[in-house]
Structures are given as C-alpha cells and as structure tokens.
Ligand binder design. Structure first.
Ligand SMILES: [Zn+2]
Length: 719
C-alpha cells in the first residue's frame, strides 16, 4: 500500500483534481482543465454531531493517515471519531482515462449502540470567482409526463444567483413545484473557450444540487435532498451509510463537447457492458400499447408475424396481459395458453421477447402469488394504511416499500420468476418503484414526523410525504438497484427497460442498473424530439427510447417524419402496423432497415451535435452524428409545420475544415454531392423540403485526403 500523503492528485485526460487532508476535514482544493483552475475554498462538511438514544452527541473527526491510501486511481482519506466510534471514508476514484472523477463518503458505525446520523452531503464546493467572470449554468429537465416548452436551460449566473435542482423517481410537475432535472449541471465561463466543470449524481433516490453566486463565491452542494427535513438516518452497529456517489469533471467547449465525453464515460464506466456487446443494441422494437390494454394471444401472434416481416427485432407486450395489478400471471381469458407460446413464437421468428411489469404495485387480487394489500404480511410492506374502500386503477395499485427487507426479498423472487417463467429477453418496469415516503415505523428507515406529514392520492396510489421521505428513498433506491443487479446476474443478456411512468427516473444511478430509458410519457413526434434533444446532452443516446405512437400522417413524408422523430436513439414503435396501407408498410420496412444498417452504428458510437435550437414543431430542427473513427456521420433534418421556409441551413460541427465530404441525401431531396468541411461548418448544409412535417436523412462520409497524383488522375491528366 502506498504511503498516505496529506495532498494528492487524480487526473483523467480532461480533469485534474487536487486534494488535501486537513487534520479535521478533507477537501478538494482545485479542479483544473489545462491551465484554467477553479480553486475551492470549502472543506468537506463532515457531520458535527450524531444522535444516540435520543441525545445529540458531538462528533470530532481526526485524520487517520495509517488507514488512508492514495494511488494513481484512488484517493481515500480516512477520518475517525472516538466517541461515538465512527469511521468516515472520503474517497475519489478514476475509472476511465477520460471524463469525470467519482466521489463518495462512507460512514461506518464501529460502536455498539445504534447511532442516528444527520445529513452528510455528497459534496460541497465554494469556488473563488471574480466579479469579471461571466458564468453560465447549463442543465436539462427530465422528459417526465410531457417535455416542457423549455427543457434545456442555459442561464447567466450573475451576482446573487440562487438555484436548486431536484431529482427523485416522482418528477411530478404538481402545481407550485419546479420540474425535476436529470441530476447534473454544467457551469462554464461565457467566453470563447467555455471552460468549466460539471457534476452529476449516480443515485435515483431524492437528491438535489444547488448553485449560488455571491461576491467572490460560487458555492453549492450536491447530495441527498435535505427537504422536507430534518433528515436523519439509522446506523446500526457495523452498518455503513453511503452518500450518493457523484462525479465531477472539468471541461471546455460547451454542452455538446462536454456531452461527447460524458456520454462515453457513462457507457464505459456505469452501464451494463453485456448490452453493448450485442451489435444489435439499441434494438428496433414493436410494443403492444398501440392497442392499449386490449392485447391478447391472437393480437400478440399477429404482431409477432408482422414484426418479423417488418424487420423489427423485439416484440414487447405492454400493460394489459396480466390477471390484475400485483398479480403478474397471464390473464387466462386473453392468454389461455399462457405467455410461453408467445415467447416461443417470437423466438422462433428471430425476435426477442419483452414484457411490461409494474412489480412494486400491490392491489386486491387474491389468486395465489398475487400481492394483496389485505394479506397481513403484505400490509406490513405498504407505505401507508389504505381505506377499506380503496381500489386500484387498471394498471396501477399501491407501491410497497422495497426498502423493507421482506418486501425486497419478495421482489427479488418475483422478478426472477417472471423472467424465467415467461422466457423474457427484456423486462420493462413501470410505475413508482421507489417509495416517496412511508408511514411504517418498523422499516429500516426513519419514522415519519406525524406533525409534518401529508398524504395525497394520484392515479390509484396514495402517497405519503414527510421528514423521512429522503431516508425512505435512500433505502428503496438501493433495494431497487439490488433487484436490477440480481436480474442482470441471474440472466446474462437480459435487457432492463427503465420506464417509471415515462421519463421520471432518468439519472446516472438507474443508468448503471438498467439498459435503456423510456424518456417521456408523450409520444408524438415533437415530444419525442424534444425529450431526445434534452436527454441526449447527458446520457448515451442508444439508451434513450422514444415510443412512436399513431399520429396523423396523410402523406408518406409525414409518416417518415413521425417514424424518424423516434429514430435518433432507441426505436420502439407503439403502432398498429396492420392498419398501415401498402405504401406505409413498405416505407416503414425501409426505415427500419435504414435504422439497423446505417443509423444504429452511429447512435452507438458517434459524437452528437445539437445543430439547431430545441424543436418547437414549427421551425426546422436537426441533429448531427459524426464518428471521428469511421469518419462517417448523419444529419437528421426535420421541417416543422411552417410552410414558408422551404430551405434551411444547418451548420455542421465536428468536421475537418480541410477535408471533403461525400453527402448522400437519402430521400433524394437533393443530388449527392461533395462539399468541403469548411463550407459545411461555416456556410452550412442546405436542405430543401417543400412539405410541412417532413424530414430528410443526409449521410456524410469524409473522403481520403487527395494526393497530387490522385488529383492528377481525377483530372484525367497524365499518370
Ligand atoms: Zn417503509
């Protein structure tokens, strides 16, 4: 083991962090990208007190150099408290040569009594700034429910600025509440170099990030959401409390340049590598929700035939297949032979088989195996007592608290049974898996404060909010991760779709425990493009699923526009393909082939550039992928509803100014041509589309540099 020092450095290609171990607290002292440094004046605030048997006891932390460790990829500074006997491990880790550096604090109870801890932040910062520094903050919302009119925010950070962003698995845009963000933001200098830094949280429980500027101070905190407080969490003897793991990175070049590093880092460091090993990832999928709850054996078998014929790769049964909420067995009236013949038929036709389940929901079914709220044991797992007249909705019941050990054990068994019995290649979870608050006093989390508690009803569920909400989410999110990890471990190759009521659980913790996200619950072309525009600033685009639903498409151009609005990330259609006419059928088949053969390799590996304003459905918008390895790229061009602007110029990025590019207009809206990189970036790529709500796909290929002899050959001169 290397000798511990009181200072240490960690670095990746973009980020250099310096650390100091003070006698009573450690700190990140500076963050640097190239020559520009951000100096941090804040020491990490280590909890100053704990609670034992109802009494507050001061905690005095002392650096323990012997237990500390530093090397090229890890800095671990250990602080001990004598009474109560606690050990705090402050750790930073490099897991990739590129991208951000991760951080976590762990507090272990080495004493014999149970100890209650107040909130320990994941990270606090107080960067020194000067009044001349023009700063901007960049952050994006979750596409939960419907993407808002804004979605992506770039705001000036002036003196007196105060901001808070929150994330949970709820993301309810309830009245008076701000929309939730993907727990991430970027701060950059508003100058040409756009040098800055970014932070993100790898946790799906209730978290927040703050940013404020006052005088020479740019400060904030990152971690569990302290509100509604006061937060307290139990630590039994031998137990360890872990702050949500977070990351911080230095950057320059703005949101796209940052995202092109961050997305790759998320893919390499956080995500399930098994999924990426399949060259067909992200898949082209047919989902049954186009017909809603009405799915049955006959419809499913017909959809499988049509999916195979269309070249789709997975058949996905959405809600409607089960006996009842919490009763995850096939409805015998709809599926008299169960789901196995469906799975077998899909497999026989070369398709994967996926299934929707809302596996934390309990309801009233009494069949064996059903999660029944009146069962005395299940009742103990609920987040609140339900009135006698309570009834579930069609596919929503009451969330159990999987943070309770027996409820979690049930979820581990039940999800494993579902995957095994129904021969699943993909399990989609929907609904709220992480309880928002909980009344129970015999679960591991803190009990609620009866004087500071509210309950409300929404779509079949009763929710509790109290001082213990964050602690409840701390336990439940970790249990959720254990269930997801167990499925990946038991069923190699199994894909896990994170739906959670469409786009409410988009964060880096779930990215590490699932394979793709439903990024919004609204599926028209504009909502799909908006949700993609926002989310693609943060997460790998292969993981970003947009469901394509039926949308008025009088012309074939409108039909392609509808499909392509969902073809920039993971493609799932939610359409009755048997209602298509012959022309639409042929066009769709061609689009799916295009997706699989030419678009998918770029979605997996290429850099992404947001080459327009955020889509508004009226003006033009577009996206560019370009892969510097293969020197190929694509531009998705969308012409909104405005009729008067028949031509639009997209200013491309990420190209070589001196190189020449072969352009191929897939729909032949223009003839193929060779254009200089310089021109594509400065004068722009002109796209001409006469129809409203239409699209074009333009492929780019960088041509090899011309040598004098090849130039001569091209001119037909002497060899
Ligand atoms: Zn509970």
């Amino acid at each position: 083991m290397a000798v511990a020092q009181t200072t240490a450095t960690l670095e990746t290609a973009e980020t250099q962090l310096r650390f100091e171990a003070g006698p009573n607290a450690p700190r990140l002292s500076s963050l640097q990208n190239g020559t520009l440094a951000w100096k941090n004046r804040a020491a990490e605030t280590l909890i100053p007190a704990a609670e034992i048997a109802g009494r507050s006891v001061p905690v005095e932390w002392k650096f323990n150099p012997a237990a500390s460790h530093t090397d090229k990829s890890l800095v671990r500074f250990v602080y001990d408290a004598a009474s109560p006997h606690l050990r705090l491990t402050w750790e930073w880790q490099v897991r990739s040569g590129h991208g951000p550096i991760e951080h976590q604090i762990r507090i272990e109870n080495r004493d014999s009594p149970e100890v209650w801890l107040p909130l320990e932040n994941s990270f606090v910062f107080d960067w020194q700034t000067s009044a001349q520094d023009k700063l901007e903050q960049f952050y994006v919302e979750k596409g939960a429910d419907t993407p808002s009119a804004a979605g992506t925010h770039l705001v000036s950070v002036h003196d007196g600025y105060e901001w808070e962003g929150t994330s949970s698995t709820y993301a309810h845009p309830r009245s008076g509440e701000a929309r939730e963000i993907i727990p991430y933001f970027l701060v950059e200098r508003a100058d040409g170099a756009q040098s800055g830094w970014y932070v993100g949280i790898e946790f799906s429980g209730r978290t927040h990030l703050t940013l404020a500027r006052k005088g020479e101070s740019l400060h904030g905190e990152v971690g569990l959401n302290p509100n509604p407080g006061p937060f307290r969490t139990r630590l039994k003897p031998g137990e360890v409390f872990e702050t949500p793991r977070m990351f911080v990175g230095a950057t320059s070049g703005g949101p796209d340049a940052t995202a092109n590093v961050l997305r790759r880092w998320v893919r390499d460091v956080l995500t399930n590598q098994d999924a990426w090993k399949d060259p067909h990832y992200p898949l082209a999928v047919n989902n049954s929700w186009g017909g809603g709850m009405a799915v049955n054996e006959e419809i499913a078998l017909r959809m499988i035939r049509d999916s195979a014929e269309l070249g789709l790769e997975m058949f996905h049964i959405d809600a409607g297949w089960f006996r009842g909420v919490g009763d995850w067995y096939p409805d015998p009236k709809k599926f008299p032979h169960g789901l196995q013949p469906i799975a077998d038929d899909a497999h026989a036709r070369g398709l994967k088989f996926g299934l929707w389940v809302d596996w934390t929901q309990a309801a009233l079914d009494t069949e064996p195996g059903a999660l029944n709220i009146r069962d005395p044991e299940v009742r103990g797992w609920l987040t609140t007592d339900l009135p006698a007249a309570w009834k579930p909705e069609e596919f929503k019941g009451q969330t159990i608290d999987i943070g309770a050990p027996k409820a979690k054990a049930w979820a581990l068994r039940e999800t494993d049974r579902i995957v095994t019995d129904y021969k699943l290649d993909m399990l989609e979870h929907d609904g709220y898996l992480v309880a928002q608050g909980c009344d129970a006093s015999d679960h591991p989390h803190a009990a609620p404060d009866p004087l500071n508690k509210c309950t409300y009803r929404d779509a079949g569920s009763i929710f509790v909010r109290s001082s213990n909400s964050t602690d409840v989410s701390y336990y439940a999110a970790r249990a959720y991760y254990d269930v997801q990890s167990n499925l990946h471990r038991q069923h190699p190759g199994l894909l896990l779709e994170i739906c959670n009521d469409g786009g409410r659980m988009i964060d880096f913790g779930s990215a590490a425990h699932g394979d793709y996200f439903s990024i919004t619950d609204t599926y028209d072309p504009l909502s799909n493009r908006r949700a993609f525009y926002d989310t693609s600033f943060v997460l790998p685009t292969a993981m970003l699923e947009t469901y394509v639903e039926r949308w008025p498409a009088p012309e074939i151009e409108n039909f392609r526009y509808m499909l392509r609005s969902g073809m920039m990330g993971w493609l799932t259609i939610m359409l009755d393909t048997t209602a298509w006419d012959e022309q639409q059928h042929a066009a769709a088949k061609e689009e799916f082939q295009l997706y699989k053969s030419q678009l998918r390799p770029l979605i997996r590996d290429a850099n992404l550039y947001h080459i327009s304003e955020r889509p508004d459905g009226v003006r033009w918008d577009g996206m560019e992928y370009f892969d510097p390895q293969t020197r190929r790229g694509v531009v998705y061009a969308f012409h909104g509803s405005i009729e008067t602007e028949a031509e639009h110029k997209f200013f491309l990025r990420g190209l070589q100014a001196a190189s020449r590019y072969q352009l191929r207009f897939h729909d032949h809206s223009a003839s193929d041509q060779i254009v200089a990189g310089d021109e594509l970036m400065k004068t722009g790529l002109g796209v001409r589309l006469p129809f409203a709500n239409s699209s074009e796909i333009i492929f780019l290929e960088e041509l090899p540099a011309q040598t004098p002899s090849s130039q001569a050959a091209a001119k037909g001169g002497p060899a």
